[in-house]
Design a binder for this molecule. Sequence first.
Ligand SMILES: *Cc1c(COP(=O)(O)O)cnc(C)c1O
Length: 455
Amino acid sequence: MSTKQKRYFLTEEEIPTQWYNIQADMVNKPLPPINPATKEALKPEDLFPIFAEELARQELDQEHAWVDIPEEVRDMYKYYRSTPLVRAYGLEEALGTPAHIYFKNESVSPVGSHKLNSALAQAYYCKQQGVTNVTTETGAGQWGAALSYAARVFGLEAAVYQVKISYEQKPYRRSIMQTYGAQVTASPSMSTRAGKDILTKDPMNQGSLGTAISEAIELAVNTPNCKYTLGSVLSHVTLHQTIIGLEAEKQMQKTGEYPDIVIGCFGGGSNFGGISFPFMRHNILEGKQTRFIAAEPASCPKLTRGVFQYDFGDVAGYTPLLPMYTLGHNFMPANIHAGGLRYHGAGVIVSQLLKDKLMEAVDIKQLESFEAGVLFAKAEGIIPAPESSHAIAATIKEALKCKETGEEKVILFNLSGHGLIDMAAYDQYFAGNLTNYEVSDEDVRKNIAELEKVI
Ligand SMILES: *Cc1c(COP(=O)(O)O)cnc(C)c1O
């Protein structure tokens, strides 16, 4: 660790009061989501039965670049925002790189990740509309924990379906959700028709995000005054996460530098979009040349090896058809420890930006991500979430390139969460029990061929 470490904060008055909607500034807008029943472009009303109305409108808004953050949400942001922007002198010294490395530390939120930025907004809009109950699914539990906290804040009842294997293997996030008063059910369960159907056919089914989404949507549709919420992928979630990049933009001004490269790990795209879009705005509007790199797991490579086409957002096929980079909604990612990155598709905005080459993507192997995470913990003192370690690994690659060329590039990455509840995964790494899980070209081809038959 370095004694030189420097942290930049914003005063309460400097914290941004609007989110940034990049769709308004994009030259090629994302193609519209399609209602699978009518085969027509989705309208906000199509989403009203499932989502709060304001969130449905935000989802499809390609017009307004700036969206006011409601005062009640800003008040709750103040509990942990601004989050620190840190000059990572320790990491620079450990790598011997001339690059200037900065990270935005979203792990300081009360639940330990960036997810709360959108959970608070979603719970607020539900409350404002008279909703009393919210449902959702969660894998490793980061999103479930954030929504449980936000539901508590705004006086809503939360029901969370957690993938059964995680419910059993990661008991502490379940405890966190229960501490905030949420009702947590292992999915598949006998409490919904979808769950019963799965368990009747396969009593030992361990669940997936697909089974949990189906159960959460079913409960929302069948319960009066109840809405469903989602922690990633959708455009309104990424909109709320732009608070990360908007703060970082002001904090970078205080450093006197501007990033040459911005990096985020990639599950569905919300923390990557959150840190990137406010800077990408200057590429689009003023011709700045910043590079944006999404770091995804090699075992779930939708950006680097998937196809761009319409696909469902969930395994059951309940969601609208979304134009996105995908491995096919039936793709079953290997059981890597970065549970938050185990998703088959990418959000529609990032997908269009990647297609138009406004951003890049790299894939990171599981062992490389843990090696990077441990190096970072030793250099900066913060134990990163296994998801965030993918962004760290991509940052190290770029910093080492600078070492070869002698370039003093400015690199900014997002530390999306801490790993203090993921230490079982670190134990497995230290014991040499982790592997890299390669995906064969054959598997990708087969899965995408299947998809083309369905859609
Ligand atoms: C959920 C999660 C992610 C991945 O989700 P995105 O929507 O791609 O940001 C990354 N890091 C952490 C810590 C998470 O909890």
